[in-house]
Design a protein around this ligand. Sequence first.
Ligand SMILES: [Zn+2]
Length: 258
Amino acid sequence: MKTIVLVGISFLALTVGSLSMAGDFWGFPHKKKSGKIEAIAGCMFSGKTDELIRRIDAAQHAHKKVQAFKHAFDTRVKESMLHAHNGSSFGAICIMSGADLIAHLDAQGDDVDVIVIDEVQFFGEEMVRCVDKLVADGKRVIVAGLDMDFLGRPFGITPTLLAKADKVTKKEARCFICGRKAHFTQRLVNGKPAKPSDPLILIGAEECYQARCRDCFEIGQEEGILVQPAQSTTFVEDDPEAFNVPSQQQNTNTHPEE
Ligand SMILES: [Zn+2]
């Protein structure tokens, strides 16, 4: 009985082996292993960076090389830190674009396994093509960002990356007013809800922002104007030819040009 089983296993192994060799012989293409996108989204104070750091720690325990990036806003700032509430932190390179990111990775010699991009909502559509390229090259890309702006509109490229992601994590905060689960970022200007005419990006100043639930979230009313904050916010399109992405992944531009 034992002999029959052993012979059976050997036969199976031989068959699989020969089929694989036949594949080589007949020129069947060996499928290249793609990477994946993991997207972490949510409002401010929802613990997105904590989640990023948790995944970075896990990847490092698995002996993967991780490189983190975040938006620079100011070209003089070269490096920054991602801080988790438990005190752990991780260094990030500050970049202005996807082209910057690729240039940094090229300079490191392409041995990075996991690429982390924080504050992804601030980048232009070019970053989506950059992520597509990284995934096509087999990288695991973890992006984190605000999914809605201070008017409750889809924010920048985050919605596109959520749609493309293999895995989506939507984080929740606690409502500053009532304590229930919160998904909105409330912006206060001089203690009052921000109006649609206020500028989209106001960096820093945490005291200007609160996490709020749908019921407690407020949009300041312009005098004499009925507010309908329905449209998404997108950033100005940058160089559309910046990345050479395989054709099946090229249709990333779902937003109308502005
Ligand atoms: Zn509330």
